[in-house]
Every structure is written in C-alpha cells, then in structure tokens.
Design a protein around this ligand. Structure first.
Ligand code: PRP
Length: 181
C-alpha cells in the first residue's frame, strides 16, 4: 500500500464486483434502445472506472470525452458550467447518453452537465457514478447508477487525485490528513 494512504476503502476485488454489477444493470436497462448508447467519460477522474466498466458492457456503444468544472455557489457565475473540452459531435438527439463520473460531491457538476446535454436535445441523459458522497450534496441530484456510497473522507486512487497524484493506484484509498493539511 502507498505510504500516503491511511486505509484502503475499496480494494481491487470490490472494484471488480462494482463494475460487474453496474455493467449487468446497464446491459439490461439499455437492451432495447433503438438509438445508440454513448458513454460520455468525464476527464480526468473517471478514466479508469470507465475503461473497466465499458469492457463489461456487451451492447454496441460509442464513447466521447468532456472535461468540465462547475462554478461554486455564491459566485456571479453560480449555476454555470465551464467546458474545458467539449465532445466532438452534434446531433445529440441521435444518442442515449450515459455520463460516467468518478465521484459526486456537491452535485453541481452533474446537475449542470445533465441539463446542458438535455438542452442540446440528447435523446436521453443518465448518470453513472463510482462514488457517491450524499452527505456533501448542495443541490439535489440522484445519479442513476452508483458504485458505492461513501462517507465524507478524502479519497484518492483508481482515477481520483490529490494535486494530480495517486490516480494510478489500483484501489480507492483514504489519504492521510498530513499529506493535504
Ligand atoms: C470531480 C469529479 C466531478 C466533480 C464532482 O472532478 O470528477 O467532476 O469533481 O464534484 P461536485 O459534485 O461537487 O460538482 P475534479 O474537478 O476533481 O476533476 P478531475 O476529475 O479532473 O480530477
């Protein structure tokens, strides 16, 4: 285990089970769709989760990437989303979009991104999240697929970072407070 990690929260085997379970549900729920499934992978944190999950989805699918950030509450831009990298296709009415995210915290990013894609006329928009911290929610938002509900701990690994580090750890771990305080 990395020495900056105080505890492994979700190990490799558990992550396998989580992606198995979510993929099964997706395979079932999207079995009869007439328009293609488009996995919208949100950079950077969800890359490892998305890569593992999509290998287990047996339906035809396409992928796109976006990088976004939300403005916090109380700023003049509150309610807006900043797009750092946009997806590369128009005509979203042709697709059933499934947003893939590593974590939902305040809920701002996902609620605004979902709304943006609906405004762009996507045929459907659903959300698939590895980690849900409901205790941190500031805007009401319930994801469609959730890997694991977690307490309000500083988690890194399996795509999640602190100062861009630890994304490559093959597990989700709790970062020691002395590393970030
Ligand atoms: C994380 C995560 C979501 C957002 C969730 O991204 O991937 O996009 O924060 O927070 P919210 O629910 O409070 O809006 P981050 O900005 O850390 O970017 P990264 O994935 O590139 O590390």
């Amino acid at each position: 285990m990395n020495t900056d990690i105080s505890k492994i929260l979700i190990d490799k085997d558990e992550l396998e089970k989580i992606t198995d379970h979510i993929a099964e549900k997706i395979n079932r729920d999207y079995a009869d769709i007439s328009k293609p499934l488009l996995l919208l992978i949100i950079l950077k944190g969800s890359v490892m989760f998305a890569a593992d999950l999509m290998k287990k989805i047996t339906l035809p699918l396409e992928i796109e990437f976006m990088k976004v950030s939300s403005y916090g509450a109380g700023t003049k831009n509150s309610g807006e989303i900043k797009i750092h990298l946009d997806l590369t296709r128009d005509h979203l009415e042709m697709y059933n979009i499934l947003i893939i995210e590593d974590i939902i915290d305040s809920g701002r990013t996902l609620s605004r991104l979902s709304q943006l894609l609906k405004n762009r006329n996507a045929n459907s928009v659903k959300t698939c999240i590895l980690l849900d911290k409901p205790s941190r929610r500031e805007v009401p938002f319930t994801p469609d697929y959730v890997g694991r509900v977690i307490p309000d701990e500083f988690v890194v690994g399996y795509g999640l970072d602190y100062n861009e580090k630890y994304r490559n750890l093959p597990y989700v771990g709790i970062l020691k407070p002395e590393v970030y305080s």
